[in-house]
Design a protein around this ligand. Structure first.
Ligand code: WTA
Length: 651
């Protein structure tokens, strides 16, 4: 949360040395201002187009945009082959670091081209054609990136499912997308132990009617069940395939991938991204926000490819720019808390992009750990996923950045595809906790209920907040929700329908210089360690337990994870007599298996009743007050205000 005194006290201008060498100067804002579409056309031309586009933007079918109309390109060619053809085949694309110590691989652009071509040939052999959907359920191993690029090369859509998701979450995503192929591994390393992954796929595929094959990477060597004819080893089919593959160019609006994200209902939304616009903005933001110099930088984005940050800033952004990057498989604390710092030191990481929750974890562990390592290679730091509290921001700059590196706090969403609001590191004077202003070419506003723009710079202490909206289309915007155009319009475009604005679901306020302070979600989506989880999803997992009659879930402020999940449940009469602790335990497990361990509630309170309005709506706001130990807000619309005595007693 922004704290006004801090905002007043300090802003951090870019160091002169940084500004001088930066890719982006203030001129970029002016260029975009002068002619927005010409500006985007110029950014798009940084890519290789097999057929040039004839129109920059067609917004006649709003809210479904067409960018770079008529253009044709191949995403994998742009991310891989193009760099090899330019003579950079020997440049390292990926320094891959496995979770087990000393399990490392270095992959050059030329080797990546070979691998992606082999995989594309193998997938073609399996009958995959442009437009098909492929579910990718893999840990952070090079094959995950190769698989994504192979799909892109063939014009097949990948739907990457975070490998921490459960079998039932995977089933729902496979079914919704009607995936024809699933790419997975036998298992994955989690905190030093090999855990099964294929078993969840077996369960999901048994419940699906679309999957023809399961391609399995051998990662851990643990035993797997095998279905002959359906299951194939990656090393059998990919290694034997030819490393020659001619990439076909696809229309700029050809779908590139699907990525499921939580919405305000229990059903996740399949966010659709397309080819030309997505790659243009991913590449543009990566080069300007992170100031990458492909010849000498070592970039490291610590996200998982299961989330959009991994898609855009591990795969498409860095590779389209021909950058060298580190990809790390495991958790930051495996085998101990030194791991990230050792990796930075060993590979000379220059740009490090992570989430506030991890910075807070490092803060808690103490600065003596980073102090044991040489972090002097770092020249730029990034943050994403949730508002970063000013204290963590300052600690990050001091401890990681030796009080000299700029920090880019980047605001964006699965739906926006790439960064939208962020400092430019060689231009912007940053304020700790604020993502600052929209990037050149991007337009965003904070408005009130009626859509009137809040007055920027109304002074300190003025905590007026409003809705964050994007009032002009942008190249990497989502093109829809898979199979549900109505939900697409309803979710994002109905709040300010007459004005044609996209409503992001976040609340925000302006600071004294007109900069944007994002305050977080104002809908029923929680943000736990930067992961989006909807209250409805967790509620439906809880009521899926036979002992639960009703459940209400809220996100409460948590020092470590940003928000933590707090659940209130009413038990069925039959279950009410069972051991409470055991019941709560079971329920937490239930959520972990239904969704993922990341969705496991921090607390579950068994209550006799839930606070409801006369129309039967659960008053989450009041439950949040209870969860955060605050005085209750307005209870006048409640049917029975006394329910709180009982709820309080349960805590
Ligand atoms: C939140 C992650 C404040 C926000 C890229 C948004 C942020 C949601 C920031 C999207 C930031 C992301 N400051 N809040 N720098 N970055 N958010 O789809 O609430 O996983 O709507 O995309 O994360 O989460 P998603």
């Amino acid at each position: 949360m922004p704290d006004t005194p801090a905002e007043v006290a300090a802003s951090f201008p870019p160091p002169a040395g940084f500004a001088e060498q930066a890719n982006a100067s203030a001129e970029l804002y002016e260029q975009a201002e002068r002619d927005r579409l010409a500006f985007w056309a110029e950014q798009a031309r940084r890519l290789h187009w097999a057929t040039p586009f004839t129109e920059v933007l067609d917004w006649s079918d709003a809210p479904v945009a067409k960018w770079f109309v008529g253009g044709r390109l191949n995403v994998a060619y742009n991310c891989v082959d193009r760099h090899v053809e330019a003579g950079h085949g020997d440049r390292v694309a990926i320094h891959w670091v496995g979770e087990p110590v000393d399990d490392e691989r270095t992959i050059t652009y030329a080797q990546l081209q070979d691998e992606v071509s082999r995989a594309a040939n193998a997938l073609t052999e399996l009958g995959l054609v442009a437009g098909d959907r492929v579910a990718i359920y893999l840990p952070m191993i090079p094959e995950a990136i190769v698989a994504m690029l192979a799909c892109a090369r063939l014009g097949a859509m990948h739907s990457v499912v975070f490998a921490g998701f459960s079998a039932s979450a995977l089933t729902a995503r496979i079914q919704d997308a009607q995936a024809k192929l699933v790419i997975t591994a036998d298992g994955q390393y989690r905190r030093g132990k090999a855990a099964s992954l294929k078993a969840a796929v077996d369960e999901a595929v048994a419940a699906s009617d679309s999957v023809e094959h399961v391609l399995v990477v051998r990662r851990t060597g643990i035993d797997v069940d095998w279905t002959d004819g359906r299951d194939l080893w990656w090393h059998d089919v990919v290694n034997d395939a030819s490393p020659q593959h001619d990439p076909e160019a696809f229309d700029s609006e050809h779908p590139l991938f699907l990525l499921y994200t939580s919405g305000t209902t229990g059903k996740p939304k399949g966010i659709v991204h397309t080819t030309g616009g997505y790659l243009t903005q991913s590449s543009y933001t990566h080069v300007n926000v992170f100031d990458v110099k492909p010849e000498r930088d070592v970039f490291w984005c610590t996200a998982d490819i299961g989330w959009v940050t991994g898609h855009t800033y591990i795969v498409y952004g860095p590779l389209s720019n021909g950058v060298t990057q580190v990809v790390y498989e495991g958790t930051p604390t495996s085998p101990d808390e030194h791991r990230h710092f050792q990796i930075i030191e060993k590979y000379g990481v220059t740009i490090y992009y992570t989430a506030p929750t991890l910075i807070r974890t490092f803060m808690k562990l103490g600065r003596q750990i980073p102090a044991e390592h040489d972090l002097s290679s770092l020249r730029l730091l990034g943050s994403v996923g949730e508002p970063i509290n000013p204290e963590a921001w300052r600690w990050y700059r001091t401890v990681f950045g030796a009080d000299r590196t700029p920090i880019v706090d980047t605001w964006w969403q699965t739906e926006t595809g790439s960064i939208m609001i962020s400092p430019l590191p060689g231009v912007t004077s940053t304020k700790p906790g604020s993502a600052m202003t929209p990037l050149p070419g991007i337009s965003a506003m904070i408005v009130d209920d009626e859509g009137n723009q809040l007055q920027p710079g109304t002074g300190h202490g003025e905590q007026v907040s409003g809705y964050l909206v994007l009032d002009k289309p942008w190249p990497s915007m989502l093109r829809g929700i898979w199979g549900d155009p109505e939900r697409f319009t309803e979710t994002y475009w109905s709040r300010f329908a007459e004005r044609g604005w996209y409503f992001a679901g976040d609340g925000a306020r302006y600071g004294s210089d007109g900069e944007i302070w994002v305050l977080g979600r104002i809908d029923d989506v929680m943000n736990v360690s930067g992961h989006r989880i909807s209250t409805a999803e967790v509620e439906s997992a809880l009521v899926g337990h036979s002992g639960v009659a009703e459940a209400a879930v809220v996100g409460a402020t948590d020092e470590q994870t940003g928000q933590a999940i707090c659940a209130f449940v009413i038990l069925k009469a039959r279950a009410a007599n069972e051991d409470r602790d055991q019941m709560v335990d079971e329920l937490r497990k239930q959520v972990a298996t239904e969704i993922s361990p990341i969705a496991r509630p921090r607390e579950i309170h068994v209550v006799p009743e839930l606070p409801k309005t006369r129309s039967g709506k659960i008053m989450r706001r009041l439950l949040r007050d209870v969860a955060e130990g605050r005085e209750l807000g307005d209870t006048s619309t409640l049917v029975d205000p006394s329910v709180f005595e009982a709820i309080r007693a349960s805590k």
